[in-house]
Design a protein around this ligand. Structure first.
Ligand code: PLP
Length: 348
């Protein structure tokens, strides 16, 4: 169980497995995952394939590996990937797209991580001997670093059509796809329909300790298996962790709405603090970014100070911070954290 004297808003990865989840893990039926013999892993993959409307799915140790395996299957060395400048694959995956797949990522400007089919048309390279070959478009649902905002389904359709008319594939980093589903009422199948491949993270808002599930057509998943092995992502009695995923899909999806309501509540508390402004102003899901430059304080220093007062809120730039609601943080803890932040900024 998490330390109850520390209110950890640094990320939705900070939740700990619940007792019920641990129980499901302890009693999971297991087998050899590499050989396709783990019934719990197989059930989780079937479940996510259905959830995303794809033919097949694959269990992987992390969301990062879901992105990297997808890139490795879709692209050849020298290929180019089109993605928003703010994307996780550019900022936070150790340049895996170049280090592992030999690709380059073209970061394009966007409105909070959302771009259009026309942007894809403009970014796709015309065939030329000296040009990289455009191969893949990547989108993020929700967009982490610009504010946890959702890609509207119409925008995904538009980008999917543009990708396909340019001969490119569309991949969705769906680390928080189910947050978008709960926030918009659009189904995961509808969000994923324009995408060739998509994945969900189990270790973010769903509250599992480990794992991501990557979905696509049967041929894609077959090819993905070779990369899963090569990267050391093929496991053995992995049902013990897949059971957490099945438990989360049964019990932790609807409750994401609570995280969103708590994030909106936090936003109203932040807006009341002098010198603090929300950035972006609208909180759509569970990620709350705010600007503290008006307080004259440095975000990294404030992060340290908050931490000594039992609150985890991360600096995401010199004057910008990110606070994230999740399963282990209730409304009273959000209020307590905001009281502490307001007090520190008031010099109490
Ligand atoms: C967290 C995250 C990832 C990586 O997931 P891990 O499970 O931490 O490897 C990828 N994309 C986005 C948008 C994320 O927020």
């Amino acid at each position: 169980m998490p330390r109850n004297d520390f209110i950890d808003l640094r990320s939705d990865t900070q939740s700990h497995p619940t007792d019920a989840m641990r129980q499901a893990m302890a009693t999971a039926e297991v087998g050899d995952e590499q050989k396709g013999d783990d019934p719990t892993v197989n059930a989780l993959c079937a479940r996510v394939a259905e959830l995303t409307g794809k033919e097949a799915a694959m269990f992987l140790p992390s969301g990062t590996m879901c992105n990297q395996v997808a890139i490795l299957v879709h692209c050849q060395p020298g290929d180019e990937i089109i993605a928003a400048e703010v994307s996780h694959i550019i900022r936070s995956e150790g340049a895996g797209a170049s280090a592992l797949a030999g690709t380059q990522v073209l970061g394009i400007p966007s409105h909070q991580g959302v771009f259009s089919g026309a942007d894809v048309d403009a970014a796709a390279r015309k065939p030329k001997r000296n040009a990289p070959r455009s191969r893949l478009v990547e989108i993020e649902q929700t967009v982490n670093y610009s504010g946890g905002n959702c890609w509207p389904v119409e925008a995904i359709k538009d980008v999917g059509e543009a990708a396909h008319r340019n001969g490119l594939k569309l991949h969705m980093d769906g680390a928080r796809l189910l947050n978008a589903v709960m926030a918009t009422g659009t189904s995961a199948v509808d969000f994923c329909r324009p995408c060739d491949t998509a994945w969900i993270d189990l270790s973010k808002g769903l509250g599992c300790p480990i794992g991501g599930v990557l979905a696509g057509d049967a041929e894609f998943i077959e090819d993905a298996w070779r990369w899963k092995h090569r990267l050391g992502g093929a496991m053995r009695q992995a049902g013990i962790i897949a059971a957490a995923g099945l438990h989360a899909l049964d019990h932790h999806v609807e409750r994401l709405a609570d995280d969103h309501a708590n994030a909106k509540h936090m936003a109203t508390r932040l807006a009341d603090i002098s010198g603090v402004s929300l950035d972006p102003p609208d909180v759509e899901t569970n990620l709350v970014f705010f600007d503290i430059s008006g307080t004259g304080r440095d975000a990294a220093e404030l992060e340290q100070e908050l931490s000594t007062h039992g609150v985890g809120i991360g600096a995401s730039g010199p004057g910008r911070m990110r606070a994230v609601t999740h399963l282990d943080v209730d409304r009273a803890q959000v209020d307590a954290a905001m009281d502490i932040l307001a007090g520190l900024l008031a010099g109490d």
